[in-house]
Write a protein that binds this ligand. Sequence first.
Ligand code: ZN
Length: 674
Amino acid sequence: MACSFALLTGCGGEQANVTEMNKFDYTVEQFADLQILRYKVPGFEDLTLKQKELVYYLTQAALQGRDILFDQNGKYNLRICRMLEAVYTNYQGDKASSDFKNMEVYLKRVWFSNGIHHHYGTEKFVPGFSSEFLKKAVLDIDASLLPLAPGQTAEQLCDELFPVIFDPAIMPKRVNQADGEDLILTSASNYYDGVTQREAEDFYGAMKDPKDETPVSYGLNSRLVKENGQLKEKVWKVDGLYTQAIEKIVYWLKKAETVAENDKQKAVIAQLIKFYETGDLKDFDEYAILWVQDLDSRIDFVNGFTETYGDPLGLKASWESLVNFKDLEATRRTETISRNAQWFEDHSPVDKAFKKEQVKGVSAKVITAAILAGDLYPSTAIGINLPNANWIRAQHGSKSVTIGNITDAYNKAAHGNGFNEEFAYSEAEVQSIDKYGDLTDELHTDLHECLGHGSGKLLPGVDPDALKAYGSTIEEARADLFGLYYVADPKLVELGLVPDAEAYKAEYYKYLMNGLMTQLVRIEPGNNIEEAHMRNRQLIARWVFEKGAADKAVEMVKKEGKTYVVINDYQKVRELFGELLAEIQRVKSTGDYEGARALVENYAVKVDPALHAEVLERYKKLNLAPYKGFVNPKYELVTDEKGNIQDVTVSYDEGYAEQMLRYSRDYSSLPSVN
Ligand code: ZN
């Protein structure tokens, strides 16, 4: 089935696919350590009008929460952002000056992080412009454009905010995890006010009942403050803290409720509205249970206080939203693999004694994101597993999804970035990777996740922890090898999962190039490899390289002073993957600790310092940004003269600053001081 490739890349017919792919630009811009990308929403046009309407209302509900996250990330964030936006859009001076340019980069970073701290490292940004420059710029513009507190002058605003921006000693980290310090007092996030770590821990410790088997997520949706010496939760809800934004979220959720796909989904939305109105965490748990049980709807969403990484105590949740719909074609792919799980198990090169008689594949749902918001914007996860409450997961299950169109955008954007051109041996490898690489990568991941981890069995009496510290590297190698062995199998062509018998070569080349060389870009000079996935990849690549050396199946050659991987015999490489899979499965099934140790220590850990230095040097010259994020598509209602909705359109031409300024204008409802 030739179209599986086209379908997986998210486009329609093959011809349309090629032209469309060329037209669509996945990259937007690059600054500081960030690259901004754009993603497509394939399949949106094919939704019914009612489904499109539902997506539209949910995206509106998603965008209305933006201010909440800014304020959660730090109490001055909204005002600093608004002040800088006012300067940025009204500045009358020289916009080519380095001060202005650096302020622009700073503002773009603030948008990206939803605050003044790095989204990943959480350290405060260092401005590349002077306070004198900013002060003059602020005082030069019309004061009514500034986020002034009642009675405040522009001068006083500068006095209040400038130390927060310019003094490195003030609020240096958003989330401090340094052992031995008061993590709340030293963290800039705005989840506690005037409260010590000890007080917060005692406050929530007292709420917990060890006998309660269905505990709510204490503290999840509030700021803990001290008022007149008393600790008190300011709950984020309608008529509570953040009510201005939450009322708007609820407004759009109520619209969404009217076009729900079915009663189950309607009940999910209604219960979420109830939770926003009551702020009662029991209502939240009921919502989470309804949500996890809604499996039949095409459209799905996350909207609310969800992940707790931003709170050093891990209690309070940042606001986020994701609206998505099931990617039917890609989900069919994981279902096809899953359905044939027994065939794959039976035909693997592993000793019969270590095979499962009855194997069950897992099929993960692949979704298409329609909008990213709150703590998922612009930087996003590519897989999500919710809800977080352990007892709900145990009693009612969880939903695990991968976001197909986001992964696709990462892949597509990487195509022109020069990485493969620098490291692949010749034009032939680059072309093969361009043509098949994304597809075979996804397939390898699917085979790894849906089959690899679930294959094989331990012999009776073998301790599952027998391999100790080598266990996870061996386990990842086992799953990877299962995928590598089968990605080259004619069965995949037969099942329509790959377009032809050549496709797998892209995956083999990428895998060996990565395992032998390019993954070293993530290792500091002088260090060994520690992380289990990286160890497993080097283990496989080095083992196959060594065993294939006699036949020259795989070589490392020098060309103009640079090292390259060359694969001369792909079928031999497949045989070697099969041999290693059989050996690794034997090690696992028999609990052979010494065997595991020998494989890992001999192949997986040590780094060739000369090759490492060369790889780092070549990588540095490519000037690639380590962090990436996305602009969203823009949705618009099409109505007739009577105001009836005729269609919802999606467009992709908005720039980064343009989108951020539009969001600040149209979706900003919180006062500057909360
Ligand atoms: Zn794995």
